[in-house]
Design a binder for this molecule. Structure first.
Ligand code: ATP
Length: 247
């Protein structure tokens, strides 16, 4: 299948002090593709995800969204983060705003929608993530899984071209992980372009078009889940899989 590139990283490099956290990263995410990024702790997965959203600056190379380089600063950044939404491990909801207001706020500020229109869209999306009845509650009144689904609705409300997920289930109690993964599975089936950093191998196997395995700041393997999980090529990946599959 010919890939229609939506997100492209070309020879991307970044250091944190002495640590070369992203080393010559080349990666293309096609429109409608789900790319799951896995690898040992500290391998640079979150940094890669954050760089695409310009939460981290890169030192060399280029990141292109739909053929255009990332904006450096200012208004362009809010537009970028609307176009490429991000869902964090820690939900990042406004504690003093209702669920509805959390989903509507950026639509009003960044997408310049009228409040009524934003609220209507927010209610539709809360319905889609199974939270229609919770619109008037505050985040602290919801479970972690529900809060994360609000964060997904908030990102979707911006009509993004792609969504980035940085360990979206890592802060959740085990019984809440599936409710979030199910919403993500549905998005994948609906054709959303997604980059997902996760330790959930079941999700990687069932939802990913490609698995990107990172180690020490490098992309070591970039293959279909079938190939990766049944016949990893590198010793790093074999070692990683043998450790996690023991658990
Ligand atoms: N702001 C920062 N300043 C300095 N070092 C950082 C910073 N952010 C991350 N690092 C370091 O960069 C390395 C890569 O971090 P990153 O969070 O990208 O890894 P990861 O693969 O996502 O790991 P994990 O699975 O544990 O979340 C780690 O050694 C981390 O300590």
């Amino acid at each position: 299948m010919a890939v229609d590139p939506l997100i492209e990283l070309r020879d991307v490099n970044k250091h944190f002090g002495e640590l070369h956290v992203l080393q010559d990263i080349n990666l293309t995410v096609g429109r409608g593709e789900v790319v799951v990024v896995i690898g040992p702790s500290g391998s640079g997965k979150s940094t890669l995800c954050r760089a695409v959203n310009r939460l981290e600056a890169i030192e060399s190379g280029a990141i292109l969204i739909d053929g255009r380089p990332l904006p450096e600063e200012g208004k362009g950044l809010a537009q970028l983060r609307a176009e490429v939404g991000m869902v964090f491990q820690s939900f990042n909801l406004f504690a003093h705003k209702t669920v509805l207001a959390n989903v509507s706020l950026a639509q009003i500020k960044v997408r310049k929608r009228k409040k009524e229109e934003a609220d209507r869209r927010s209610r539709e999306l809360l319905e889609r993530v199974g939270l229609a009845a919770h619109a008037d509650k505050f985040p602290a009144q919801l479970s972690g899984g529900q809060q994360q689904r609000v964060a997904i609705a908030r990102a979707l409300a911006m009509d993004p071209k792609a969504l980035l997920f940085d360990e979206p289930t890592s802060a959740l109690d085990p019984e809440m992980i599936n409710e979030v993964l199910e919403v993500m599975q549905q998005l994948a089936r609906d054709g959303m372009t997604m980059v997902v950093v996760t330790h959930e191998m079941g999700f990687a196997r069932s939802a990913a078009n490609r698995v990107v395995f990172m180690a020490d700041g490098r992309v070591v393997e970039d293959r279909t889940p079938e190939d990766f999980f049944t016949a990893p090529e590198s010793d790093r990946a074999k070692d990683f899989l043998s450790k996690i599959l023991k658990h």
